[in-house]
Write a protein that binds this ligand. Structure first.
Ligand SMILES: Cc1cc2nc3c(=O)[nH]c(=O)nc-3n(C[C@H](O)[C@H](O)[C@H](O)COP(=O)(O)O)c2cc1C
Length: 204
């Protein structure tokens, strides 16, 4: 297994738990990804309980709710948010990079300021310091000056802030919109996803 076959997915406590689950399924299903390292913030569970199912009481229950097939599930390595001794906490453990989907304004702020409180933030900090690809799917609107300045800080540090803006031209159903967005993030991470393609090919 090449080191770059490891990809990290963080799910933080912004609205959009279903987006996190679609990203989990699509990234883990990618032929480019041998291991998908998943970190779920405690607040993300709260959001998943609100948006998906009140019974989702743990990160592993959230993974179960994605209904992955056995081969895809076997590629997912779930890390506790408190496990700051996990491999992805160190730059010496090579990865392809990381996406945070959805990314809350709180997690954006933490990453922008390098606070590294918990594994999700630390793994993102490592990606920045190692100059690896970091994509933050910020889900907040409208934006305050604080948010805008944090976007600038992360961008200056080499991260990519890709606000969750639906590609309305690409889909009619919500899951199709989510998948189209994940595909854009996969392009940024140079990860292939073998699914329907949502690329704009021009008007009729
Ligand atoms: C149902 C629900 C939806 C939320 N939606 C958002 C959101 O879209 N964007 C955001 O920045 N914060 C949102 N929040 C607030 C964050 O969950 C809160 O700031 C939290 O501390 C973020 O923690 P985390 O980034 O460590 O996951 C939401 C909270 C709840 C309970």
């Amino acid at each position: 297994m090449s080191p770059s076959d490891h990809l990290i997915l963080g799910i933080s406590g912004a609205s959009g738990a279903r987006l996190g689950l679609r990203a989990l399924a699509l990234f883990a299903g990618s032929p480019d990804v041998e291991r998908l390292h998943l970190v779920v913030s405690p607040r993300a569970l709260l959001v998943a309980q609100t948006e998906i199912d009140a019974g989702i009481s743990s990160a592993s229950a959230l993974v179960d709710s994605a209904n992955l097939d056995a081969a895809t599930r076997a590629k997912v390595v779930l890390h506790a948010e408190s496990a700051v001794d996990a491999p992805i906490s160190s730059g010496s453990f090579k990865t392809r990079g990381m996406a945070v989907l959805p990314c809350s304004s709180g997690t954006l702020a933490a990453i922008a300021h390098g606070t590294s409180r918990g594994l999700l933030q630390r793994a993102a900090d490592v990606c920045l310091k190692e100059r690896r690809r970091l994509v933050l799917g910020l889900r907040e609107t409208p934006l305050s000056l604080v948010h805008a300045e944090n976007i600038v800080r992360v961008t200056r540090a080499g991260g990519i802030v890709a606000p969750v803006v639906p590609a309305f031209y690409a889909a009619r159903e919500v899951d199709e919109l989510l998948d189209a967005y994940v595909l854009r993030v996969a392009d940024l991470l140079d990860v292939r996803i073998d699914t329907a393609d949502y690329r704009w090919t021009g008007g009729t």
